[in-house]
Write a protein that binds this ligand. Structure first.
Ligand code: DX5
Ligand code: ZN
Length: 219
């Protein structure tokens, strides 16, 4: 069974408390928080204070996706704010520092994950596999919710799945961007374990029913 991680990026921030309450009572597995700095990506979303606020009400693990440059500066801050999973971008770090950054995340008690943009070869993460609990395969260019899913993502996920199988690793594969009821089952077959879903949930008439529908498609 795959996990569903709703991204609150496209929810109504004025109603954030109600949204987190709804997610607590739904079939949500993790709450996905998209942090954007206007530098690594061309958009600014929110930062540590919002993660802290969500944590006060959340009964599900917080999956924090850092689309920021120099993520190492903020690991401690996001962990203190309540991040359970800390996702950093491969492209945002210098390779020579990456292992130590991932180790730092683990040392705080959070689960380290490494995200890759659609134009980064999946083989880039191979050297770091033993330092992470999860790879985040972006299926859109990061920056905005509501973009169209990139079809080549199935193959990228399948390649990672075979790599982890061949190496007897239970590393999770997460997919993020344009996930919908139309592609979620195929993403599961390709090997994805955690599905991030934003606009499909928050633009629907009943977000909680949409989460149940998505969950039933990957059961
Ligand atoms: C994109 C973000 C995603 C996004 C998902 O940069 O990382 O988490 O909000 O939203 P949808 O499902 O609308 O593509
Ligand atoms: Zn995300």
């Amino acid at each position: 069974m795959s996990l569903i991680a709703p991204s609150i990026l496209n929810s109504d921030f004025l109603l954030l408390g109600d949204t987190v309450q709804m997610l607590n009572e739904s079939e949500t597995d993790w709450i996905h928080l998209d942090v954007m700095d206007g530098s690594f990506v061309p958009n600014i979303s929110f930062g540590i204070p919002i993660v802290e606020a969500v944590k006060k009400t959340a009964k599900k693990p917080l999956d924090v996706h850092l689309m920021i440059v120099n993520p190492e500066k903020y690991i401690e801050g996001f962990r203190q704010a309540g991040a359970d999973i800390i996702n950093i971008h491969y492209e945002a770090c210098q390779q020579k520092n990456l292992k130590s950054i991932l180790r730092t995340i683990r040392d705080t008690g959070a689960r380290p994950a490494l995200a890759i943009k659609p134009d980064t070869p999946v083989s880039a993460v191979f050297d770091y596999a033993e330092y992470i609990d999860m790879v985040l395969v972006m299926s859109v260019f990061p920056g905005f919710g509501g973009q169209q899913f990139m079809e080549e993502s199935y193959e990228r996920i399948a390649r990672l799945r075979s790599f982890f199988n061949d190496n007897n690793m239970d590393t999770l594969i997460q997919v993020d961007g344009g996930v919908s009821p139309g592609n979620i089952a195929r993403l599961k077959s390709a090997g994805a374990d955690v599905m991030v879903v934003g606009s499909v949930i928050f633009k629907s008439a009943s977000p909680s029913n949409t989460i149940s529908e998505l969950k039933s498609l990957v059961r």
